[in-house]
Ligand binder design. Sequence first.
Ligand SMILES: *Cc1c(COP(=O)(O)O)cnc(C)c1O
Length: 448
Amino acid sequence: MTTSTASIRASKRDLVTEVPGPRSRTMMERRGATVARGVGCAVPAFIEAAGPGLLHDVDGNTLIDLGSGLGVTSVGNPAPEVVAAVHEQVASLTHTCFLATPYEGYVAVCEELARLTPGDHPKRSVLLSTGAEAVENAVKIARAATGRTAIVALDHAYHGRTNLALALTAKNAPYKQNFGPFVPDIHRIPTSYPYRDPKGMTGREAAARAVEALERQVGAENVAAVVVEPIQGEGGMIVPAAGFLTELTDWCGRNGVLLVADEIQSGFCRTGAWFASNHEGVVPDLVITAKALAGGLPLSGVTGRAEFMDAVQPGGFGGTFGGNPVACAAALAAIRTMRERDLPAKARRIGEILTARLTAIAAVHPEVGEVRGRGAMMGAEIVHPDTGLPDAESADRLARACQEAGVVLLTVGTYGNVLRFLPSLVMPEDLLGDALDVLEDCCARLFG
Ligand SMILES: *Cc1c(COP(=O)(O)O)cnc(C)c1O
């Protein structure tokens, strides 16, 4: 095993080689010779340790992390509370399989999910390991609870990489290309994408457009569930116009359709509330969680109205690893940290900083077509200023320039042209400011 020569690690952005450095490049060669090429890589710097808002690579470089491992390490990386809980749990009980013999941690996580997710109705939860697996189970629940089969997803949706989740996911390449056919009876309807919708379209109008497509193409009486991301992540950090989610939720309620909120990315304090649904007072029938739930360990869940959840027969849920004791211990510690450090407030503060700085950049560079998001879930859409058309190439060059300067900034979106800001919620403000200085410099260099 190769170890770094950097014995003392920097607590700020610090480059001692180019990025990627020589050790990373050697590891990239090993990677290329053995890891399947279908496994993507946004930044070819191998990471060996992390700190608050920071990633330390094998060449001794310290990078500012604006991605948090895709919105996972909200409470820190590593968060001391999570580390302690994991150490203690792994040393006393590593695994039993909850279906074989239960343990308290699983139940305690379900209690927290019942407390924290929107709505004060009786709730039940099932725990799984990945986001996509939870999405699959939400579909099972909706079908069992309604006796209907059709599932409706939105334009620009992302729900994961298993076959059913891919059927729900909108974007073809690279996610779906060559992998079909997909699960049948999945239908796609328009969403609310204010930046690209007709000027002035309200949330209510966008919801009417969605419902019209749904009723005409699928038929309300056939629909088991409408699956939404309250803020679309992979689709491009898209915040629907106010009223869109509430209208859709009301329509679901009137038509016996389950409203399923995929809060995998937007949940657990990311947007400045415990869940993005909270911003509009939406109470989903089912809420799907994963990513930040367990502070970096793999854990996901579906939480919903007891009568719907319990429509699934005993034994209808399961999986060897779902709700693993170590992941549950990590989740309990992560949730405690979110509460004690009031991470929703931290996310709001990060959102204020990001909005102010990005808006100032957009005022100088019309290539930044829109700045949007909530809390620490923000995007900046890069466009050709004359036409407003998506400019993925410039977004890519900008992200690469930031990476080379020591800032891990990723791109996202149906058109691949959105800069994505998902910093840790414990990101120190001076680091965030430095990262945004780098972005500002890169914009000046690229756009003039
Ligand atoms: C990441 C993500 C998923 C998939 O989660 P995995 O753990 O990668 O399977 C599903 N939905 C949304 C909204 C996500 O952001």
